[in-house]
Design a protein around this ligand. Structure first.
Ligand SMILES: Nc1ncnc2c1ncn2[C@@H]1O[C@H](COP(=O)(O)OP(=O)(O)O)[C@@H](O)[C@H]1O
Ligand SMILES: [Mg+2]
Length: 543
């Protein structure tokens, strides 16, 4: 029998080929590709079981071996299964997932090889995002939301600087001061510099030198364009968890080509997203399929000289976020890029080819090979160096959650376009996006600020008398920083313009975190004096 076998008879049509729709989503599993026997005939289709989709994953391989296409294939599968996906588009080539695929020889060849007939094309519901607002809808967060740990990482803070940043957040969290953008943070630092000795008594040592060096770092960040990222309206997590009317998961594609030039901002941003997801989403245990799947491309940037405490926290969040139904998939060249404790949690694995010339490369090959459940038919380490483009060693979780025996697999060709969308196509997609118009404009900052200050004052007034009695009497700072620090005296210049009304914003109803923070401060103040906002593992605000 010359005909290739394609595994279980139930998955074959009479002609011995796949039915695409059936094969792409079979019994709650997504089709990744078809494995080969040592004699190069088809072995069986390889699937990722949706119920283990939240048990995380790893896609590795040298440049040009097929990682992005594999990511595309997985994202397509999840989307068709109704699972929203978030991924970063590092080179721009992933954007094509929003366009229908085109018949190309190399794709058709792959389809023929694995018996995928008919090979059908499809476009996917994509939402483009961009921190710079050029290639997608603006993504913003606030300093308050990001929290001290990630902000310290973003600024590559020394221990002394991190200490000051922690105190700054303590002051802001306790006082209900919304830190929206870099200017707000600068203003608070000004205040801290001017009142260093008083604050040191209350919060621990505030070094003027450290305050100054943080302020200089903030200026650098500003020049690098991070300024655009901090402010409002901040990204609402529910906007990356959308599904279409026909039940497909939206694929959020973050433009990351420009962002990659600032690797720390890239890494910190993705960690912030992960942290937000973790704090916002409810516990769901092990769902039938994930609530969201999150792809971390260029994952080495998350861990490159990350302080130990951050790596530990990331490990913890990755472990715990599973029960919130979020699957995290790391995409990187080398499995050694991911700390071992994180690596151990990544259940679904696609290993593309690696080179093995240098000792470090040989070590990577060995590590990669050792993490698989061996297949007696071949030697993993040997095969890893021999894999062709778009071919990979694949092992996914099966049964009660054990890794399947590793198989040498030809990854299926995507149904959407391989390669980027054009600028015109991108614009068209953005125009009809469900978030069109929601994030385009900066929130009227002055107005928001004044209103928030008024609320802060209102919340604080009820306790001001109480706290004032406890606090040291202190001199008014000379420079006009624009903060009112409840409990620390009022340094607001007397002649402030009257609060402006915010412009009405059609369709935009998000309670900003700052607003929520104010309410929660008001609640906290009402119940017990001066209790700080609660922050989660990676420092995001608990909700
Ligand atoms: N599953 C596949 N089927 C067909 N061609 C593929 C497949 N995977 C990769 N390729 C080919 O290899 C090229 C490089 O793949 P890519 O995913 O961009 O590599 P990487 O992200 O690892 O650098 C693609 O542009 C495509 O031509
Ligand atoms: Mg790539």
């Amino acid at each position: 029998m010359a005909e290739a076998t394609l595994g279980p008879e139930s998955r074959r049509s009479a002609s011995g080929s796949f039915n695409v729709t059936e094969s792409l989503l079979q019994d709650g599993k997504l089709y990744i590709g078809t494995s080969r026997k040592p004699d190069d005939t088809n072995n069986k289709p390889e699937y990722l079981d949706l119920k283990f989709g939240n048990r995380h994953g790893l896609v590795t391989g040298a440049t040009g071996t097929g990682k992005t296409v594999t990511l595309q294939v997985l994202a397509e599968g999840f989307s068709n299964a109704g699972v929203p996906v978030f991924c970063a588009d590092v080179k721009g080539d992933l954007s094509g997932i929003g366009a229908i695929g085109e018949p190309k020889d190399f794709l058709q060849k792959r389809a023929d090889q694995i018996g995928l007939t008919p090979y059908e094309f499809q476009e996917f519901p994509v939402i483009f995002w961009d921190l710079y607002g050029e290639k997608g809808h603006r993504v913003r967060t606030t300093i308050s939301e990001m929290g001290p740990l990630l902000l310290s990482r973003l600024m590559n803070a020394t221990d002394a600087q991190e200490g000051v940043i922690n105190i700054a957040f303590k002051i802001a969290d306790q006082g209900g001061l919304p830190l929206l953008d870099l200017k707000d943070f600068q203003a608070l630092l000004n205040y801290m510099g001017e009142n260093a000795s008083t604050l040191s008594n209350q919060f621990g040592f505030v070094s003027k030198a450290s305050v100054g060096s943080i302020q200089r770092e903030l200026l650098i960040l500003e020049q690098q364009g991070a300024e655009q990222f901090f402010g409002e309206p901040a990204l609402k997590i529910s906007d990356i968890m959308r599904t279409t009317n026909d039940g497909r998961g939206a694929i959020s594609v973050l433009a990351a080509d420009k962002l990659m030039m600032n690797p720390r901002l890239y890494g910190t941003f993705l960690l912030w997203m992960l942290s937000e997801l973790f704090e916002v989403l409810p516990e769901v245990g092990d769902p039938e399929k994930p609530k969201l799947v999150f792809f971390f491309d260029e994952a080495h940037l998350l861990f490159n000289d990350a302080p130990k405490v951050l790596t530990e926290r990331v490990e913890q969040v990755v472990r715990l976020i599973r029960s919130k139904g979020v699957g995290v998939y790391f995409v990187t060249q080398n499995p050694l890029d991911v700390p071992e404790t994180v690596l151990a949690q990544l259940g679904n694995r696609v290993q593309h080819a690696l080179r093995a010339y240098t000792p470090r490369e040989q070590k990577a090959v060995k590590t990669a090979a050792d993490t698989f459940r061996p297949n007696p038919e071949f030697n993993c380490a040997d095969v890893i160096t021999q894999l062709g483009t778009g071919e990979a060693l694949v092992s996914t979780l099966e049964g009660k959650g054990a890794p399947s025996m590793v198989e040498r697999t030809l990854v299926r060709p995507p149904a959407s376009r391989v390669g980027p969308v054009t600028d015109a196509e991108r614009k068209d997609i953005m125009k009809v996006s469900p978030v069109a118009g929601l994030y385009d404009e900066d929130f009227d900052r002055e107005s928001a600020y004044e209103i928030l200050m008024a609320r802060a004052k209102k919340a604080a007034d009820s306790v001001a008398a109480q706290e004032q009695a406890d606090a040291q009497p202190e001199e008014k700072p000379a420079g006009g920083s624009r903060w009112t620090l409840p409990g620390f005296g009022d340094d607001e210049p007397a002649a402030q313009p009257a609060p402006k009304q915010p412009k009405p914003r059609a369709g935009y109803q998000r309670e900003t975190v700052a607003e929520a923070a104010m309410k929660s401060v008001a609640r906290t103040v009402a119940s017990s004096l001066g209790r700080a906002l609660v922050r989660g593992i990676l420092g995001s605000l608990r909700r």
